[in-house]
Design a protein around this ligand. Structure first.
Ligand code: HEC
Length: 193
C-alpha cells in the first residue's frame, strides 16, 4: 500500500501542474476586454461635463426684473431627455474605472493653475490611492441615481437636491486627485459678524 502511494502522489502532482499550466495559458491568450483609448481628461470634457450640465440646467431659478422664474422639465419628452443625459453620466463613472486608461494624452495640459497637478502626478496619486478613486466614482454614480429617481418621480425639488450632491461628488474627486494642495481661502471677518 505504502509503495503505491509513493508513485501515485508524484503522478498526481505532474497531472495537476500540467492542468494548471494549460489553464494559465488560456487566460494569457485571451485578448484584452476593453480598449480605453480616450484619456480620463477626454471623458471629463466629452461625456461627464456636458451631460452633468444638462442635468444641472434642467431645473433652475432665474431672478429677472419681472420676478422669480422657476424652470423645470414640463412634458414627458423633456423629462425623458434629461433622463438620457443622467443615464449617460451614471455609466460614464464606470469608464473612469477601466484600468490602463491614461489621465491625459501626450502634450495635453491638465494643469492651468498652480494647484492643479500634471497628468503624471495625477496618475501616480490614483495608483497609490486606487480605493479612494473608486469610492469617488461610486459616489458620483450614487448621486446620479438620486437624480434618476427624482426624474422618474418628475420631482424638480429632488432633482435640484440630487444636482447639489452630484456637484459635491465631482468636487470630492477633484479635491483629492486634481488639486489636492488647494486650501479654501479664508476671508477676513466683517465687523459685527
Ligand atoms: C473619480 C474622480 C472624478 C470624478 C468623480 C469627477 N472627475 Fe472631473 N476630473 C478628474 C480628474 C483626475 C481630473 C484632472 C485631469 C484633467 O484635467 O482631466 C478632472 C478634470 C475635470 C475637468 C477638466 C478637464 C480639462 O482638463 O480641461 C472637468 C471639466 C471635469 N473634471 C468635470 C467634472 C464634472 C462636471 C464632474 C461631476 C459631474 C467630475 N468631473 C467628476 C476626476 C474626476
Amino acid at each position: 500500500m505504502k509503495h503505491r502511494f509513493r508513485y501515485l502522489l508524484p503522478a498526481l502532482f505532474v497531472t495537476l501542474s500540467a492542468a494548471l499550466t494549460a489553464c494559465n495559458k488560456s487566460i494569457e491568450e485571451e485578448p484584452p476586454l476593453f480598449n480605453p483609448t480616450a484619456s480620463l481628461q477626454e471623458i471629463m470634457i466629452s461625456i461627464i461635463d456636458p451631460n452633468a450640465d444638462h442635468v444641472w440646467n434642467a431645473v433652475s431659478t432665474v431672478i429677472t426684473s419681472e420676478g422669480i422664474e422657476e424652470k423645470s422639465p414640463q412634458t414627458d419628452e423633456e423629462w425623458a431627455e434629461v433622463r438620457q443625459h443622467a443615464i449617460t453620466l451614471a455609466e460614464a463613472t464606470n469608464l473612469l474605472l477601466i484600468t490602463g486608461r491614461k489621465v491625459a494624452h501626450e502634450g495635453a495640459e491638465t494643469s492651468t493653475h498652480p494647484v492643479e497637478l500634471g497628468a503624471e502626478h495625477i496618475e501616480a496619486t490614483i495608483a497609490k490611492n486606487r480605493s479612494a478613486f473608486i469610492a469617488s466614482a461610486h459616489l458620483l454614480h450614487t448621486a446620479v441615481y438620486e437624480a434618476i429617481t427624482a426624474i422618474d418621480n418628475k420631482d424638480p425639488e429632488d432633482l435640484l437636491r440630487a444636482g447639489e450632491n452630484i456637484q459635491r461628488a465631482c468636487e470630492t474627486c477633484h479635491a483629492r486627485f486634481w488639486y489636492p494642495g488647494e486650501t479654501i481661502p479664508t476671508f477676513p471677518r466683517l465687523e459685527g459678524e
